[in-house]
Design a protein around this ligand. Structure first.
Ligand code: GDP
Length: 365
């Protein structure tokens, strides 16, 4: 997709992500760097320019689209006297806000700590080193005995705490996985089809979920005390019951370090009987976004699953004739915000699901 997405698109997406995270974007600065400065990422002149802009705009956070090394981030914060984060930190923040399944929450905390560990700085080392703490002098085997005692700096304590939390998290994640497998078996025994809601970040998935909740299509979850908080029990117009589950928004330029956390939150997609894709048809990159969704689904081996597409935000589209619905499988125009078209959408879900189940009946007599 790198050829389809320009620097401009990438920065626009960064802006959208920043808003999703709750920031107000007051300005952007564009620069393509072939050789970023190892100490400050930007060259001296650009740092000065950024510093001037920052004073003028009175902002307290600067977000870089590229990944910054711990040193670059630290130096920039000192030079600019503002918080500096990169795309990875921003996405982690969004994941943290959106993670609702137990495994998702654990995976995000793990990714956050792995991101933070090399970024812990030793700047206040001199002030926190406790009395008698010359580790160099004690050295050798003796230095490793009673690590907790005098001689360990605050930095070392922080690092040790984070490392031990990281191993704890990894164990917890394993446990959750095992439990999930048990729930899943129960679910498939109950034979209620699972529909996973997927889509690009900001397409309107949460809004759709909320509107369905307010419209009262949801059933009390008495039967399903074990459901994830993002899964709802719904009765379709043809009385077919389904479990509908929300997923984290897809993103085009996902930093590699976040893939594990992202995939973990997408386990529902792999397990689902059917997908409900939400597309923001009013977005200028709607088609590219949908292609990104397809690529991620292919990665997850879920591209062939039956799918219904909610062409969302139709209320913002001037001329509905302009939308090429044939680009999307089983498309239904809707406005999740204004509760329009959702009835038709649920009918379509029921039809496609009924179709799928018939086919399965034929294959397994
Ligand atoms: P998610 O990231 O896919 O969960 O997207 P959200 O549900 O958070 O929606 C992102 C933004 O789009 C929010 O500001 C919503 O109010 C807005 N939005 C969602 N659905 C619609 C819609 O049908 N029409 C309009 N105009 N805005 C919508």
């Amino acid at each position: 997709t790198d050829t389809v997405w320009s620097v401009e698109d990438s920065l626009n997406e960064l802006e959208a992500l920043a808003r999703t995270a709750g920031a107000e974007v007051v300005g952007t600065m564009r620069q393509r760097l072939s050789h970023p400065d190892p100490a400050t990422y930007l060259g001296k002149g650009r740092v000065q320019e950024l510093s001037d802009a920052e004073m003028q705009l009175n902002c307290d956070l600067i977000i870089f689209d590229d990944e910054l090394s711990p040193t670059q981030q630290h130096n920039l914060e000192k030079l600019l006297n503002a918080r500096v984060v990169d795309r990875t930190a921003l996405i982690l923040d969004i994941f943290a806000q959106h993670a609702r399944t137990r495994e998702g929450i654990l995976q995000v905390e793990l990714a956050q700590l792995e991101y933070r560990l090399p970024r812990l700085s030793g700047q206040d080392l001199a002030f926190t080193r406790q009395a008698g703490g010359s580790r160099g002098a004690t050295g050798g085997v003796g230095g490793a005995i009673g690590v907790r005692g005098p001689g360990e700096t605050k930095l070392e304590i922080d690092r040790r705490r984070i490392r031990s939390r990281i191993s704890e998290l990894k164990e917890n994640i394993e446990d959750v996985r095992k439990q999930r497998a048990i729930y899943r078996r129960q679910r498939s025994e109950q034979a209620i089809p699972v529909v996973a809601v997927v889509g690009y970040t900001n397409a309107g998935k949460s809004t759709l979920f909320n509107t369905l909740t307010e419209a009262g299509v949801l059933v009390e979850n008495k039967l399903f005390a074990t459901l994830d908080p993002v899964t709802r029990h719904i009765v379709l117009p043809n009385h077919q019951e389904i479990l509908m589950t929300d997923t984290v928004g897809f993103i085009q330029k996902l930093p590699t370090k976040l893939i594990a956390a992202f995939r973990a939150t997408l386990e529902e997609v792999v397990e689902a009987d059917m997908l409900l894709e939400v597309v923001d048809v009013n977005h200028e990159n709607a088609i590219e976004q949908s292609e990104t969704v397809n690529e991620i689904l292919e990665d997850l081996d879920a591209l062939a699953k039956p799918r219904v597409t909610a062409l969302n935000k139709m209320d913002l589209v001037d001329d509905p004739e302009d939308i090429d619905t044939s680009l999307y499988p089983n498309a239904v125009p809707v406005s999740a915000l204004q509760n329009r078209g959702l009835d038709r959408l649920l009918h379509k879900v029921a039809d496609v699901l009924a179709d799928t189940m018939e086919r399965v009946d034929v294959i397994i007599p």
